[in-house]
Design a protein around this ligand. Structure first.
Ligand SMILES: [Zn+2]
Length: 265
């Protein structure tokens, strides 16, 4: 790739050097020639410069970019100068299709087009072709192609984001709404009350379960307390069982699930 790139850069530099020389000659002789001639020369140089850009952009640049040597959008993003050109063309096309208040440089928080116009703009992009006077006419096919891709990617992302916002969701508390309102919903008092109720019910269930399992077995005058995995519910159930044993004057033996006794009291 580097070989192709450097020959590309070399050709560009050589032509630019010649253009600079001619410009310098024109400047030096500005006083000696009619102003109209000077301007004609300068305009011709400007046109040559633009043509140089367009032609060189279209040259195969190697690097496995396909039969024509085209670069993919991802590859172009690594080349600041080229990517800037793609964005500039993309921006001109966006303004042409979407209007002056739109721009490819718009922050991601803003949609490229107004809601509901995505389909129409998408069709225009799919059918876009360079015609004299339109924004895609003055550039190379590769840059135009990448510019259209850039706009389509952006349009798709915007549309996808919009769809995500309105996507219907439901909460276990019974609420139904759109994804965009989810964050607001989970801080809603009604939802939070539901969460608290839910937690309380969960705890009461665990406590009931622990009360049933805390006493492994009973013998005359002895209560065998099962050493269950320590949870807040188990702690309460054990304290209740201990208090009950003490009140009844019973001895307490702690035992593991496997029946191993740990200690007497
Ligand atoms: Zn909820």
């Amino acid at each position: 790739m580097s070989g192709h790139r450097s020959s590309f850069a070399q050709a560009s530099e050589t032509i630019q050097k010649d253009l600079n020389t001619m410009m310098a000659v024109l400047e030096e002789n500005q006083d000696k020639i009619p102003e109209g001639e000077y301007l004609r020369g300068m305009n011709a140089l400007g046109s040559l410069h633009n043509q140089k850009q367009n032609i060189l952009q279209n040259q195969p640049r190697g690097g496995g970019g396909g039969a024509n040597g085209w670069l993919t959008l991802d590859e172009v993003k690594e080349d600041d100068e080229l990517y800037e050109q793609v964005l500039a063309v993309a921006d001109n096309i966006v303004i042409e299709l979407c209007g002056e208040d739109s721009s490819i440089y718009l922050n991601d928080n803003y949609n490229l087009v107004h809601r509901g116009e995505e389909g129409e703009i998408f069709q225009l992009l799919v059918n876009y072709k360079p015609e004299e006077g339109n924004a895609g006419y003055e550039t190379s096919p590769m840059i135009l192609h990448l510019a259209l891709q850039t706009i389509m990617v952006r349009l798709f992302d915007d549309t996808y984001h919009e769809l995500e916002i309105v996507r219907p969701v439901s909460c276990q508390c019974g609420w139904r709404g759109s994804q965009g309102n989810w964050d607001r919903h989970i801080s809603n008092p009604r939802h939070q009350r539901w969460v608290i109720t839910q937690r309380r019910e969960q705890f009461e269930k665990s406590l009931e379960d622990a009360r049933q399992r805390i006493v492994a077995r009973r013998e005359e005058g002895i209560v065998y307390i099962d050493e269950l995995h320590e949870t807040p519910a188990v702690k309460i159930a054990r304290e209740e069982a201990l208090a009950a044993a003490e009140a009844a004057g019973e001895r307490v033996v702690f035992t593991t699930a496997s029946g191993v006794l740990s200690w007497f009291n």
